[in-house]
Each structure stands twice: as C-alpha cells, then as structure tokens.
Design a protein around this ligand. Sequence first.
Ligand code: SAM
Ligand code: SF4
Length: 360
Amino acid sequence: MMERQEVLNWLREPDEQQLELLWSRADAARRQHVGDAVHLRGLVEISNHCVRKCEYCGLRAPNTGVKRYRMTADEVMDCARLAASLGYGTVVLQSGEDHRLHKAWVADLIRRIKEETPLAVTLSLGERTPDELRAWRAAGADRYLLRFETSNPALYERVHPGRRPHELDRLALLAELHQLGYEVGSGVMIGLPGQTFEDLANDLELFRDLDLDMIGVGPFLPHPDTPLGQLPRPAGNGQQVPNSELMTYKALALARLLCPRANIPSTTALATLNRSSGRELGLTRGANVVMPNLTPVNYRRHYEIYPEKACLYEPPEQCHGGLKQRILALGRTVGVGRGDSPNRLARAVKPGPDAVGKEV
Ligand code: SAM
Ligand code: SF4
C-alpha cells in the first residue's frame, strides 16, 4: 500500500522524467484492475437552478448573470434515447441543487428511462434528503455522484457559506448512499484556493477509506462571477496546490493507485485546460471513463460552472465519432454495457469485515 509520504512526494515532484514512472504505474494498475475498455457515460445537465452558494461555482444562487433553465421530462428522455442509440451504457443526470426537481418527478423520470432503455442511471443532483435518495434508488437509480470537495473541515466551511446546522454533511450523505445500495462516487477539485498539499494527500487517503466506486478529480477553474474566481492567485507560497494540468494528472494517477478498482473519468475540466490532448493524457494516466455531454446545445451554454468549458457547441453525434477514434488510437476499446463498478463486484464476492455499506 502506498504510504502517505510517498503520496506527498509525488504531489511535490517537479521532474517530468521522474513522473513518467508515476504515469506508467497508474496505467498498469488501470489495465490490471479495470481493463482497456473506456466506458462512456452520457451527461445530461437537466437544470442549472441552484439554492447553494458554493464560492467556486458559476451556478451558485447569488449569481444573477445566469439564464436559468430546467429541462422537461420529455427533453431528458430524448437525451437518454440518444445515449442508448450511441451505444452508451449509462446516462448521468446532473443539476444544481434544484428543489423544484421534486422527489416524484425525478422518480418518474428514472422509471421511464429504465423502462424504455437498457441504461444505468447515475444521479448527481446535489445534497438531497435521505427520503428522496431512497425513493430514487427504489425507482431504479444505480449510482450517485457527490464530491466532498475537500476533506479539510475549515476549508469546507469557508467555501460553503450559509449552511444550516441541521443539514447532513456530504460525508454523512455518502455513507447514506452506500447504505441505500447505490454505487457511490465522490471527488475533489485540484487547486481549490486554500487547498494545501497536506489537504490533497488527505483527500486522496479519504477516497481509499470511503471505498469509492467512482472518483472525479478535475482542476479548479476560476469563474469570474464567483468569490473564489475573483481572488488573485496565491503567489506560490509552497503550500497552495496549483490548479494546473500537471497537478490534476498527479491526483488522477494517485487516485488510481490508491483505489485501483474505481471507475475514474478523464474530466471535462481537464479537457478544458488542454483541449488537444487533456482527455487522452488523463486516459493514459489512470482514467477509464469519459462523460460526453448530451445536453441540448441551447441549454448547455447556460450550465456554466466555469467559463469556456470544452465541447460547448459540438452536437453529441459529432462529438461521439471523434471520441471513438481517439479512444481506439490509444489502443483502448470502447466499453460495452453498463460498466458497473468493478470495486462493488469485488466487494460482493468477498465482503470484508471493514467494507463500507452493505450490498442490497
Ligand atoms: N450540484 C451538484 C453538486 O454540487 O454536487 C452537481 C453539479 S456541480 C456543478 C458538480 C461539480 O462541479 C462540483 O462537485 C464541483 O466539484 C465542480 N465544480 C463547480 N465549480 C467548479 C469550478 N469553478 N471549477 C471546477 N469544477 C467546479
Ligand atoms: Fe450548486 Fe453544485 Fe454549483 Fe454548489 S457546486 S453551487 S451545489 S451546482
């Protein structure tokens, strides 16, 4: 098992030649534990309404410059059918924390997707109540993504103002999701202002301790209309983690080594930092998932969590052709089927005494 000091050493390693060793170890672990298939998950950004005030995100409630939208169930169904017709195994429904996406409406939508397509359904709808999460699981939802954003409680509080004291925090919700039988995904941004190298090492260790099925790591990309997007970048004080492409690859590779069976996407935020090859480099440094954007283009530009997102205007069919070619050019294959969590399958075979959550 990788020791903490080794994690910290890699995070601070500046030498690109030395880092080749980290990339090749991560790539070997990826091949051994999750294989060569790259699973495609169709992302549908179903609403950009949000009640939260996360200081990093362009969709935060106080941002009045956003044109808000909420897709209809029929529009979401069109996207789900498109995902199935393109051969994807999963549709990911993501939104701001929008309480007008009512429990029954979301449950009906999940049921329709499950009845009309063979897709696995992943939800990423923010911090919802245990009652809602239970209803959606009962309706057929398979997976839930909820990043804990940082394991440092003081930093967490600083970037999430105005939380009510009785609310379950994200770690408690992740435990709840495990209990309900979801495949559970979480993650952090790399280079969030205030994030130290110690914090990031703790985040990576927490991925392992939470026994995650899915891990998302992407660079923090400043949005000018947010409090954190207006801060001057801290001038290299040796503590602040840079929000760089290189640091994101390091976190991705270390996540693969610490959690070898997790499904790990090469994120859009990474592709935004390096449009020509960010996605591919992510796939060769530990990632095994890509989440092509299926949101209708007229809505997509309003889901601006950070500016100048990659693939903002490409229609899904066009995006798909290019992506497939790029995956094959890496000597990889396009995943067939739902691409369920290898981690969860292993847990089901050999339930360890300290496994988090029970299989249902
Ligand atoms: N509202 C849901 C939630 O917060 O879990 C799902 C949507 S939210 C936009 C998805 C993720 O976007 C967040 O977990 C956060 O890590 C990421 N994100 C938000 N603002 C970002 C930024 N400025 N740069 C990079 N990633 C960002
Ligand atoms: Fe809302 Fe999610 Fe953005 Fe926070 S990160 S403001 S919850 S959309």
